[in-house]
Design a protein. Sequence first.
Length: 243
Amino acid sequence: MIYQFEISRTKHGDRTSRLQRIRWETADESATVASALTGMNADPDLRDENGEAVGHIFWECSCLQKKCGACAMRINGVPRLACDTPLSSLGKKPIRLEPLKKFPVIADLMTDRQIMFDNLREMKIWLDRECSQTEDRDGVAFEASRCLQCGCCLEVCPNFLPGGSFTGTAACVPASRIIAEMESPAQTELGCLYRKRIYEGCGKSLSCRNICPAGIDIDKLLVHSNATAVWNKSVHSPGKMLH
């Protein structure tokens, strides 16, 4: 099977990019975008449609099993994981690969997503005392624990801008996990930061809801966290609510 790719190429330290058109062939019917990029980088003689040497294509990967979120990129304009996107699902048109727009580009398809982890640190999303898990809380905690920190949700969020006060769903989801463990989250520093950096900035467009590669039920996590951290109300049986 022959696939046509249009890959955004950006050199280290360069702000300009160009699309390089590459023809790639495989006999593997289950090939993904990730395996295609791996195959291209393994071919030192690969050339584009103009006969120019392709060279190494920079992109990020780790587990290649939809568990780490490292290979997030825009595939035909949609933020997705390269390891979880079969080539057969993309049709016969050229497959365009571009880096995520909301983060600084390091090179080609590789971006710097440090802002997500800075936001987690600034919001102090961790427990500073022991908490016991209860049946009423484990539904929220488990759902939130599936977040990959891939950044796909931020890519489609109309309210998130790097450097802005709104942290987006990438911080909201792990915050939900900690809030579910706390006895009185509305009275804590995290509760205050949640209201300021998540609740007040979210426009409730829920564009993040259907883009999450892990399929996290984001809007229901928001309902639970808003109730407990903003309105100081208990939401009973969150495990049932999330299914």
